[in-house]
Write a protein that binds this ligand. Structure first.
Ligand SMILES: [Fe+2]
Ligand SMILES: [Fe+2]
Length: 136
């Protein structure tokens, strides 16, 4: 079996909001499971059910996140929601592609990785800063 797809890295990925960090860890767990089962050449059925888990958990997470940052004085809220919408759309497009071809492409995994690094590190950490200021 290959390397773990993605490792939680507190230093780089923490938002300093425990509830959101825990949700991000759960997202990463699902992505890792998908990658691992893909590497193990699991059936389309099995992979498809993990992809559907990933989509539904992402929708749930974004919803929780938006409800949370709406409680803060967070000026980027609407931009952040727009980014979530785009991510969901792209994730669903990849999912639909998989349903058609039965293949999980390198581009799909690259998308997941970019999302984790760019979105969590670059965008989610911003509401984290505001939440920490509010708490202190
Ligand atoms: Fe986000
Ligand atoms: Fe997030």
């Amino acid at each position: 079996m290959g390397d773990t797809f993605f490792k939680w890295d507190k230093e780089r990925l923490t938002t300093h909001v425990d509830a959101m960090d825990n949700e991000h860890k759960k997202l990463i767990d699902i992505m890792n499971r998908l990658y691992e089962r893909h590497e193990a050449k699991a059936t389309k059925n099995e992979l498809g059910s993990i992809v559907r888990d990933l989509v539904s958990w992402t929708v749930t997470h974004f919803d929780h996140e938006e409800k949370f940052f709406d409680t803060l004085d967070y000026s980027q809220a609407s931009v952040h929601k727009k980014i979530h919408k785009d991510l969901i759309q792209r994730l669903k497009d990849h999912g639909a592609e998989f349903e058609k071809t039965g293949q999980l492409t390198p581009a799909f995994f690259q998308f997941l990785k970019t999302w984790l690094t760019a979105h969590i590190m670059g965008i989610d950490t911003k509401y984290g800063v505001i939440a920490s200021q509010k708490a202190s």
